[in-house]
Design a protein around this ligand. Structure first.
Ligand code: GAP
Length: 443
C-alpha cells in the first residue's frame, strides 16, 4: 500500500539536509527536473562509483566509455526510437490538458472537483495519438529539419555505435562488455514520485556482447550478478523482487527481460532492467550505416553478429532506492530519531568530528583529527550546540561514525566513536582513526 506520509517526509528531509532540490525553484520550479545538493551529489557519486568499480575496474572483460549526448539522428532511426519511442496520448478539448491514454485511471483532470480525465460531463477527450518522448533540438545556426538532433533517450546506443572502435582499440574478444554512465532525456508525460521518473536523468548501462547461442546462459549470469550487486549495496532483500516481462510487455528489441523491482513507499517499481537484446541493435546499425559490424571469430574462422545482454539502471532511481531503504524513524529516550542507515561506502559523509566543548584545547585536537580524515574521505567538523543535537544532525545526513574529542583525549589520545546504527560507543586511539574508518568504509 502507498505510504504517502513516508515519501513526503523523505522528500522534505532531502530538501532540508541538502540532498535534492527542485530545479529552478526560485522561478516556481521546472517540471520533473531535480538538482542534487552537497549531500545528494556525494550519495549519487558513491552509487555510480560502486557501479563503475564493479563493472569496469574489477572485471577484465568490460571496458568503459563516455559517448556524446548528441548523436547522428540516423542512430535513432536505426534504434527504432524515431518510429516507436512513443506513448499514446489523449487531449481534452475542454481543459486543454494532455494525458497518457494508458494511465487515465491514475491521472487527475484539472477541473474541480478533482476527478479522472473523462469523468466530468464537460470532458471531451480526443482519440489516442502517439507522442514521441525524445527531446529535439537543432545543431548549428539554422533551425531546419536537416539540423534536427535529439537528446539521447538512453545511453545504450552510444555503446553500440562504438562497439567496433572499442573492439579494435582494446585487446577484448567476444564475450566482452562496454559500460557507460551518462545523462539521458525523456519528455515523460506522467513524470513524478520525486526523482523516480524525471525528464533528465542518468543511466548506468552495460552491453555485454556474446556469441549467439550463449546469450541465454549469459543473461542468467548477469541476472545473478546484478541481484547480488543490489544486496551488496546493503539493500534489504525483502524489499527486492524480480518482474519478468511477458510477451505483451517486451520492448521491441528484446527476446527476454527481467526488472529488479524495489518496494518504494508508493509501491513496487522497477529500478533496473536486464534485457536479452539479441542482435537487434547491431543488425539495425549495420543496415542503416552500411558498415559491417560482424565479429570475426579467429578460432572458428567464422563471422557473426554478436548478441547483447544489457543491464540498465537509473543512477537517480538507484539513489532513491538507497534513500528509501535507509530512511528510518525510531524512538530513542522518548524522542523520534530520524536516521539514514546508508551502507558506509555510500554515506555522503563518512565521519563527523565533534569537540565536546569549545575550550581546554579540545577544538585544536579535533581540528587536527578532522584534517587528517579529510585527506582520505569526506568528513565534517561540527562544534555547534549540544553533542546530542550534533549526533541527530549527523543521523539525518546518514553519517556512520561520529568522533567526539573529550577530556580523556588529552590524557590518553583516544576518542569516542559513536556508531550511527547501534548507538554503541567505542574508545579508539586517535592515531589509528584513519585506518579504523577505512576498514569499515571499504565495500
Ligand atoms: N537501454 C534500456 C533502457 O533505457 P529503460 O527500462 O527504458 O531501458 C532503464 O530504462 C532504467 O533507466 C530504468 O530501470 C530506470 O532505472 C531508468 N529510467 C528510465 N526512465 C527514467 C526516467 N524518466 N527517470 C528516471 N530514471 C529512468
Amino acid at each position: 500500500m502507498a505510504d504517502n506520509d513516508r515519501m513526503e517526509k523523505l522528500v522534505s528531509l532531502c530538501k532540508r539536509r541538502g540532498f535534492v532540490f527542485q530545479s529552478s525553484e526560485l522561478y516556481g520550479g521546472l517540471g520533473s527536473v531535480w538538482d542534487y545538493g552537497p549531500l545528494g551529489v556525494e550519495l549519487k557519486r558513491n552509487v555510480k562509483d560502486r557501479w563503475w568499480r564493479s563493472m569496469v575496474h574489477v572485471r577484465d572483460d568490460i571496458e568503459g566509455i563516455d559517448a556524446g549526448i548528441l548523436m547522428h539522428p540516423k542512430v535513432w532511426e536505426a534504434s527504432g526510437h524515431v518510429a516507436g519511442f512513443a506513448d499514446p496520448m489523449v487531449d481534452c478539448k475542454t481543459c486543454k490538458a494532455r494525458f497518457r491514454a494508458d494511465k487515465l485511471a491514475d491521472a487527475q483532470c484539472p477541473q474541480k472537483p478533482s476527478k479522472h480525465p473523462g469523468d466530468h460531463t464537460a470532458c471531451e477527450l480526443t482519440e489516442p495519438r502517439q507522442f514521441n518522448l525524445m527531446f529535439r533540438t537543432f545543431m548549428g545556426p539554422v533551425e531546419e529539419t536537416a539540423a534536427l538532433v535529439y537528446l539521447r533517450p538512453e545511453t545504450a546506443q552510444g555503446i553500440y555505435v562504438n562497439y567496433l572502435n572499442v573492439l579494435q582499440g582494446s585487446r577484448q574478444k567476444v564475450p566482452f562488455g562496454i559500460a557507460q554512465i551518462g545523462k539521458a532525456f525523456r519528455n515523460e508525460i506522467t513524470p513524478g514520485n520525486f526523482i523516480f521518473r524525471t525528464r533528465e536523468f542518468e543511466q548506468m548501462e552495460m552491453q555485454f556482447f556474446v556469441k549467439p547461442g550463449t546469450d541465454e546462459e549469459w543473461f542468467e549470469r548477469w541476472r545473478a550478478l546484478r541481484w547480488q550487486w543490489c544486496l551488496d549495496l546493503g539493500l534489504r532483500a525483502e524489499k527486492l523482487r524480480w518482474h519478468q516481462h511477458l510477451h505483451g510487455e517486451l520492448a521491441h528489441y528484446a527476446k527476454a527481460a527481467y526488472d529488479i523491482e524495489y518496494e518504494f513507499p508508493f509501491g513496487w517499481n522497477e529500478f533496473e532492467g536486464i534485457h536479452n537484446r539479441t542482435d537487434f541493435d547491431l543488425s539495425r546499425h549495420q543496415q542503416y550505416s552500411g558498415r559491417k559490424l560482424e565479429y570475426f571469430d579467429q578460432e572458428r574462422n567464422e563471422r557473426w553478429l554478436p548478441y547483447v545482454v544489457e543491464t540498465s539502471m537509473g543512477a537517480d532511481r538507484c539513489a532513491l532506492v538507497v534513500l528509501c531503504d535507509a530512511y528510518h524513524e525510531e524512538q530513542v529516550e522518548g524522542e523520534t530519531r530520524v536516521v539514514l542507515r546508508f551502507h558506509p561506502s555510500l554515506a555522503p559523509i563518512k565521519a563527523a568530528v565533534l569537540p565536546l566543548v569549545k575550550k581546554d584545547g579540545l577544538p585544536e585536537i579535533a581540528e587536527r583529527i578532522y584534517h587528517d580524515l579529510k585527506g582520505r574521505y569526506t568528513a565534517f567538523y561540527d562544534d555547534g550546540g549540544s553533542v546530542g543535537r550534533r549526533y541527530r544532525r549527523q543521523d539525518e545526513a546518514g553519517t556512520p561514525f561520529c568522533i567526539t574529542v573529550d577530556g580523556q583525549t588529552k590524557e590518553d589520545g583516544t576518542v569516542t566513536v559513536r556508531h550511527r546504527d547501534s548507538l554503541q560507543q567505542d574508545r579508539v586511539d586517535a592515531a589509528r582513526l584513519v585506518a579504523w574508518i577505512a576498514e569499515r568504509v571499504a565495500a
